[in-house]
Design a binder for this molecule. Structure first.
Ligand SMILES: Cc1cc2nc3c(=O)[nH]c(=O)nc-3n(C[C@H](O)[C@H](O)[C@H](O)COP(=O)(O)O)c2cc1C
Length: 482
C-alpha cells in the first residue's frame, strides 16, 4: 500500500516539475478554511452592496416624493429639476436599472490579446484535458482553454477543480474557464486564481453558454445571458480582482430559440465591462447540435460590437465565432465571410485533432491509419505524463483515451468521401477502411476502443469496462456545455 502511495507521489512530483499552475495541498487547505485573503474582492463586494443599499433608499425616497407630488396636483417638485428626456438620458436611465456601478471604465492596464488569425481549441469538459490540449498544440493549435470549473468549487478548495488550471509549457496562449452565478462567488475565486497562477495564465474566460440544467438552474452558464445586470457586476469585479490578466467571455446566441439576444449583450461586454475577447457559439441554449450554428447571426453580432467600439472610440477586441467548423476549407470560408477574428473549434478537433494542421497549411489531409495510431500513442504518453504511470494513472489515462476515441472513431477518411469538404454532420454507413487498422479506428464499439488502448497501456483489468461520458456514439446527442 505504501508503495502505491509513493508511486503516486512520484508521479505527481514528475508532473509538477513540467506542468505549470500546480497548487499545493497547503494552499488548498487555506482556501478551504477561508484563510486565503481576497481583499480586492472584499472591497468590491462591499462597494456594490453599498450601491445597492443606496439604490433601495433612493427608490424609497422617490416613491415618497411621487406620492406627495401626486397628492398635491399642480405643485411643481422643487427637489427634482425636470430634465428633458433625450435618447442619451433615456439610455442612461434604462441602464441604471441594471444596477451596475456607474463608474466609467477603461481597463487600460489589461494586457491586450492579439488573437487575430490564431486558432483556438474550445474549452471541452472531460475531453479537453491537458494531454488532449497538448496534442492539439502539436498539430498547430495556438490558443487553448481549460475545462469549465465552478467558482463555488474553487472557493471550497477542491483538488479536482484546481487541477483544471494546470497548463503544459507547450500551451503558448492558455486560459482557464470559470462558471458561477454571482459576484460573491466569481470575484473572490478570480482573485485567488489570479494570484496562484500569476505569470502562467493569459486569460480567464467566463462561461455564459453552458446549457445543462444543473448549471443553468443555479443561475450560471447560459442563465447569465438573461441576467445582464448581474453579469456586468461580475465582469467589472473580476477585471479588478485579476489585475492585468484579461477577462474574456464565451456565450451562446441566446437562451430560447427564435429569441437571440447576443447582439444586444456583446457590445456592452466589450465597451462597458471590459471583456478583452469574446467567443460566440452560434446556437441558443435550447438548440442542440442537430441544427447548424447560425453564422449569419454571428456576423450581425460582430457588426454590433464594432459599431459600438467606433462610437466609444475604443480599440476592437478579438471576436471568435464557433460552431460546426470541420475542415480547412470551411474554416477559411468562415474567416472570409463572417467578420470574425477567428474560429473556435470544438468537436472538429475532438474528431480530428489534426484539423489545426489542415487550417495552417490550407489543405485537407488524407491522414493514414498509421499516422492516426501514432497520434493515439502520443495521447497515451501525454496521459501517463499527466496522470502518472502507476496503476491509478494508467487506469485514468485509459479512461480518458477511450473518451477521446469515442469522438475520433467518427472520422471518415477523406480518401473514401465522394464530396469535399467533409462536414461535421455527415454520417457514413458502416464502412471498410483501406486497411484493417482504418476499419478498427472507425469502430463504434467501445470494446474496440479498449482494445486500442491496450496497444499502448497494456491489458485492461478484467473488470474494467467503459461507457463514454458524452455518449458521442449516439449521433447528435452530445450535450456540449457551451
Ligand atoms: C464534449 C463537449 C464538452 C464541452 N465543454 C464545454 C465547456 O466546458 N465549456 C464551454 O464553454 N463549452 C463547452 N462545450 C462547447 C464547445 O466549447 C463549443 O462551443 C461547441 O461545441 C460548438 O463548437 P463546435 O461545433 O466546434 O463543437 C463543450 C462541447 C462538447 C461537445
Amino acid at each position: 500500500m505504501s508503495l502505491v502511495v509513493d508511486e503516486e507521489k512520484k508521479a505527481r512530483l514528475a508532473a509538477a516539475e513540467t506542468e505549470l499552475n500546480f497548487i499545493d495541498g497547503d494552499t488548498l487547505k487555506k482556501i478551504r478554511t477561508k484563510k486565503y485573503p481576497h481583499p480586492i474582492a472584499d472591497a468590491y463586494l462591499k462597494e456594490i452592496q453599498q450601491a445597492a443599499n443606496e439604490q433601495v433608499a433612493d427608490n424609497a425616497a422617490a416613491e415618497v416624493t411621487e406620492t406627495s407630488a401626486s397628492s398635491a396636483p399642480g405643485t411643481p417638485s422643487e427637489a427634482q429639476p425636470v430634465e428633458p428626456i433625450t435618447p442619451a438620458v433615456a439610455e442612461a436611465v434604462d441602464r441604471s436599472q441594471d444596477d451596475t456601478p456607474d463608474v466609467p471604465l477603461r481597463f487600460v492596464e489589461k494586457k491586450r490579446l492579439h488573437w487575430t488569425g490564431k486558432t483556438y481549441l474550445a474549452p471541452l469538459t472531460t475531453v479537453g484535458n491537458l494531454p488532449f490540449r497538448r496534442l492539439c498544440v502539436d498539430y498547430g493549435c495556438d490558443i487553448t482553454c481549460g475545462e469549465m470549473g465552478l467558482a463555488m468549487s474553487f472557493l471550497q478548495g477542491s483538488k479536482e477543480e484546481w487541477s483544471l488550471v494546470r497548463r503544459h509549457p507547450s500551451e503558448g496562449i492558455f486560459g482557464m474557464q470559470i462558471a458561477g452565478s454571482k459576484p460573491q462567488l466569481l470575484v473572490p475565486a478570480a482573485e485567488i486564481i489570479g494570484r496562484e497562477c500569476a505569470g502562467n495564465l493569459d486569460f480567464v474566460d467566463v462561461n455564459c453558454g453552458c446549457p445543462i440544467d444543473l448549471v443553468y438552474k443555479t443561475g450560471s452558464g447560459s442563465a447569465l445571458l438573461d441576467a445582464v445586470g448581474r453579469l456586468g457586476k461580475i465582469l467589472i469585479g473580476m477585471n479588478k480582482a485579476l489585475g492585468d490578466i484579461p477577462v474574456t467571455v464565451k456565450l451562446r446566441t441566446g437562451v430560447k430559440d427564435g429569441k437571440n439576444t447576443a447582439h444586444k449583450l456583446m457590445p456592452r461586454l466589450a465597451s462597458e465591462w471590459g471583456a478583452s475577447a469574446i467567443t460566440l457559439h452560434g446556437r441558443t441554449r435550447q438548440q442542440r447540435y442537430t441544427k447548424l450554428a447560425d453564422w449569419d447571426y454571428i456576423k450581425t453580432c460582430v457588426q454590433a460590437v464594432r459599431e459600438r467600439e467606433a462610437e466609444d472610440d475604443l480599440p476592437p477586441v478579438p471576436i471568435f465565432g464557433g460552431g460546426d467548423c470541420f475542415s480547412a476549407e470551411d474554416y477559411w470560408y468562415k474567416m472570409d465571410n463572417y467578420g470574425v477574428d477567428g474560429v473556435m473549434i470544438g468537436r472538429g478537433a475532438l474528431i480530428k485533432p489534426w484539423i489545426f494542421t489542415e487550417i495552417k497549411e490550407r489543405r485537407e489531409w488524407d491522414i493514414s491509419s498509421r499516422e492516426r495510431l501514432e497520434l493515439i500513442r502520443k495521447y497515451a504518453e501525454y496521459g501517463l505524463n499527466h496522470f502518472g504511470s502507476d496503476t491509478a494513472g494508467v487506469n485514468t489515462t485509459r479512461r480518458y483515451l477511450c473518451e477521446a476515441l469515442s469522438f475520433q472513431y467518427r472520422y471518415i477518411p477523406i480518401g473514401l468521401l465522394e464530396t469535399m469538404p467533409p462536414r461535421i454532420n455527415d454520417r457514413a454507413p458502416a464502412f471498410r477502411g483501406r486497411d484493417e487498422l482504418e476499419t478498427l479506428l472507425a469502430s463504434p464499439d467501445s470494446r474496440d476502443w479498449v482494445k486500442i488502448s491496450e496497444m499502448f497501456l497494456g491489458p485492461a483489468p478484467e473488470s474494467w469496462s467503459f461507457t463514454p461520458k458524452h455518449k458521442s456514439n449516439a449521433y447528435g446527442s452530445e450535450e456540449g456545455q457551451g
